[in-house]
Design a protein around this ligand. Structure first.
Ligand code: ADP
Ligand code: MG
Length: 334
């Protein structure tokens, strides 16, 4: 194996996911480059936050790692094993180790199954336990995520949003995974509930030694849990840094704009806060801008940006950015 000389659990190598759309007469089909050449390591035991505006390819990237959507190109290594080339049957076996939590737990829970059946299904499917042992396992999982075992026979509609997300988490945990993609797990929840779910995820990570890819369009949401943060723009990773550095010292104009859009709780600071407003709309990923995809909205654009595709390079220790105007010698643009 040519990867995993380090402590990565997941390694993505030039991962691509193109969706074909249209496909009418005269082979007019076009493709959406939802994920366009992502190379990224996720280290064992860490939380990697993945942020970016809606439509930039975050969910597609998460699903492609688990092969819930098929990669068009590139490779996905899990513990050194190339998942992208596994036959479907073997891939299903791997799902024991790789699970997903979704934004809308209601849409992802079968309304005709009670909670015991929902959480018990993966236990039985993977043959981890049967009969009374499986029932006991379900009850333990419910308590692990903070639900009373008395609720086993209730249906999803009888729970609140936060409780449903706990059910989704319990179902993901049922197979004792090593890696979890959490796709906007708190975005649909009331603010008061968000912290509870974040705390639960943090506790479970420590207790069960989990590795998370934590996806959110909201930089605030990933702040507390993320060891490192990756910023995505139109199918590409444009900045990657330790969590504290991405907020204190964002290098990319795009990341600076995302951070400046986050309100500060202190009203005095909030009033003085400088905001970088992005010009223009998010361009289409069917026909992304040439060169640097961000050049149409960047306040620091120069001619070369329209031509040269920037590579993700290390600017400061552990801090990578993809911008031809940024270098280790000149890390600060503008
Ligand atoms: P995000 O999660 O960051 O909002 P997505 O991964 O959902 O982004 O989508 C990335 C791009 O791929 C968007 O332009 C979206 O419209 C497109 N897309 C997502 N799923 C499909 C699909 N099944 N078929 C065609 N296009 C899709
Ligand atoms: Mg999404």
């Amino acid at each position: 194996m040519e990867t995993n000389g380090n402590n990565s659990l997941i390694s993505l190598d030039e991962l691509q996911v193109y969706y074909r759309i249209g496909g009418g007469l005269f082979s007019e089909s076009k493709s959406v480059k939802a994920v366009d050449g992502v190379t990224l390591d996720i280290k064992k035991g860490e939380t990697l936050g993945l942020v970016g505006e809606s439509g930039c390819g975050k969910s597609t990237l998460g699903k492609a790692i688990l092969r819930l959507t098929e990669p068009t190109g590139g490779r996905v290594f899990y513990n050194g094993k190339d998942l992208a080339s596994l036959p479907q049957r073997e891939m299903r076996e791997q799902r024991k180790h790789l699970q997903m939590i979704f934004q809308d737990p209601y849409a992802s829970l079968n309304p005709r199954m009670n909670v015991g059946q929902i959480i018990g299904e993966p236990i039985r499917t993977f043959g981890l336990a049967n009969g009374a042992a499986a029932d006991l396992r379900v009850e333990e999982l419910m308590e692990t995520v903070g639900l009373s075992r008395r609720f086993t026979r209730r249906y999803p509609h009888e729970f609140s949003g936060g409780q449903r997300q706990r059910i989704g988490i319990a179902r993901a945990l049922a197979v004792e995974p090593e890696f979890i993609v959490a796709d906007e797990p708190i975005s649909a929840l009331d603010v008061s509930i968000q912290a509870q779910i974040m705390n639960l995820m943090g506790r479970l990570q420590t207790e069960k030694n989990l590795t998370y890819l934590f996806i959110s369009h909201d930089l605030r949401a990933v702040r507390h849990l993320s060891d490192r943060v990756a910023v995505m723009y139109l199918g590409k990773i444009v900045e990657l840094a330790p969590g504290k550095d991405i907020y204190a010292d964002p290098l990319m104009p795009y990341t600076q704009a995302l951070i400046s859009a986050v309100p500060v709780p202190d009203p005095e600071i909030e009033a003085k806060r400088e905001r970088i407003i992005l010009q223009g709309d998010v361009p289409s990923s069917i026909n992304p801008p040439s060169g640097c995809h961000f050049h149409t909205r960047c306040p620091y654009v120069i001619e070369d940006c329209k031509r040269i595709v920037p590579q993700l390079v290390e600017i400061k220790p552990g801090h990578q950015a993809a911008c031809i105007r940024i270098s280790p010698e000149h890390p600060n643009i503008g």
